[in-house]
Design a protein around this ligand. Structure first.
Ligand code: ASP
Length: 438
């Protein structure tokens, strides 16, 4: 029998009806033995996620009056419990949270309670043992996840159990202090659990039938991608595709455990399979998808014969490093160095940074262009064929979109194209139109 780790996101567990769907899905395959859960998400577009309600509650507690905020959380869980008809000690749990909020609350502890309570409830509902990540998702002194320790501790906690429910999103440090992952981090917990037990498959159940090849807010009914490689997926999610947390890929990709994105509301759909190598013949068209980010700035430094001056680029990067300012791309030409940096990171230090570049590098020209967007055309094989690149550039030219920067590393995983922000959506549509159905 296969061993499957199945992670259910917030929308899959937003109310009692969704819990019933989840139970059905779990019962359909006996291999679904380790279940990772998020906190209840939105039931309808204007609704609030329980984690957001907990954040409000924490902020209210700092001001000394959190009861009405806590009531909203109590009522979300009470509805689920009543709807499922189970016996769950909600009052006792709420009393513990209320006591914590009354006395110097710790933010990460408060934020983690959505996952904790949801996991406890579903473990009762499924009759699966509950595993608290407080015992096995380990954070170091620096507040960062310790993947090695976690793998060992999770393996030790899960392997002896035939089945289990684990809360996503949090863990604890050596002193037992609760620490949370980044928002959306239950995806990472699922991936860590799959790696720790050496699962055959990591299923990630959400409210879409897989990864879309383009942003549905921009492109009309984009196609669902059937297969995508770990590298492609990481790049797509880094560049804004929101189906899976970027950090959820690495723990399972080392062990080549496939990830299957599935839709709780349409369990018959096959979803997207994320694998190391795309199966031969399955995908005929090589470009997998297009994603992008706005809010980029470009710094352009020109100096005659820059390429002869060894260390010029190194000094540029040293200036960024000293300011702990990460960059997205660094492109070099014969007389130019171009840096692409996220505007939100650049803004606070823009003037001093430009002044330092002037002082240390004495450029012939120093320019800053703001309001740029960066579009990634992704496909491990797609960008290898010059034809695909030609089609992309042709589509942009036909649409009259100016290209500000263009970059493709030797890895050829993606072609990165910078266009002015006001042309972003047109550019995405133009590029998407070159993606063919398989
Ligand atoms: N509940 C947390 C969030 O809303 C973590 C998660 O869902 O993965 O971000």
């Amino acid at each position: 029998m296969k061993t499957i780790v199945a992670k259910f996101g917030g929308s899959s567990l937003a109310d009692a009806e969704q819990f019933r769907k989840v139970k059905n899905i779990i019962e359909q395959d006996k291999g679904r033995r380790y279940i990772v859960v998020s906190a209840p998400g939105k039931r309808f577009p204007e609704d609030r996620k329980v984690t957001d309600l907990l954040q409000d509650c924490y902020e209210a507690a700092l001001k000394g009056d959190f009861e009405s905020e806590l009531d909203k959380i109590r009522s979300r869980f009470a509805d689920i419990i009543t709807g499922l008809g189970i016996d769950f000690p909600l009052d006792d749990e709420m009393a513990v949270l209320s006591a914590h909020l009354s006395d110097e609350p710790q933010k990460e502890y408060v934020l983690s309670r959505g996952e904790y309570l949801n996991a406890r409830i579903i473990s009762d509902y499924l009759d699966f043992p509950f595993v608290d990540p407080e015992w096995c998702v380990c954070f170091g002194k620096n507040g960062k996840l310790d993947q090695r320790m976690t793998k060992r501790a999770m393996g030790a906690a899960l392997k002896p159990l035939k089945k289990a429910v684990i809360a996503g999103y949090y863990g604890a440090d050596m002193n037992g202090r609760i620490c949370t992952l980044a928002r959306g981090g239950s995806d990472v917990t699922g991936s860590l659990a799959a790696a720790a037990i050496g699962a055959d498959l990591y299923e990630n159940w959400t409210d879409v039938s897989g990864l879309l090849a383009g942003d549905p807010g921009i492109v009309d009914t984009p196609k669902t991608v059937r297969y995508v490689s770990y590298r492609e997926l990481r790049t797509l999610s880094y560049m804004g595709a929101s189906v899976l947390h970027t950090d959820a890929v690495l723990p399972v990709s080392d062990l080549q455990i496939p990830i299957n994105i599935r839709n709780t509301n349409r369990p018959g759909d096959e979803g997207t399979l994320i694998v190391r190598k795309l199966p031969k013949g399955e995908t005929k068209y090589p470009i997998v998808g297009v994603a992008g980010l706005c809010g980029m700035s470009v710094i352009q430094v020109e100096k005659l014969m820059v390429s002869d001056e060894s260390g010029f680029t190194a000094i540029m990067l040293d200036i960024l490093k000293n300011r702990q300012l990460p960059f997205e791309q660094c492109l070099t030409g014969i007389d130019t160095v171009t840096l692409v940096i996220r505007s939100e990171l650049l803004s606070p230090c823009k003037d001093e940074l430009l002044a330092e570049i002037k002082e240390r590098l004495s450029p012939d020209y120093l320019g800053l262009t703001e309001n740029l967007s960066m579009i990634a055309v992704i496909g491990e094989r797609g960008t290898e064929t010059s034809d695909a690149n030609v089609q992309v550039l042709q589509a942009l030219s036909n649409a009259g979109i100016p290209i500000s920067t263009i970059n493709q590393g030797a890895g050829k995983l993606n072609l990165l194209i910078g266009v002015p922000e006001e042309q972003y959506e047109n550019a995405v549509r133009a590029i998407y139109s070159t993606i063919k159905e398989d």
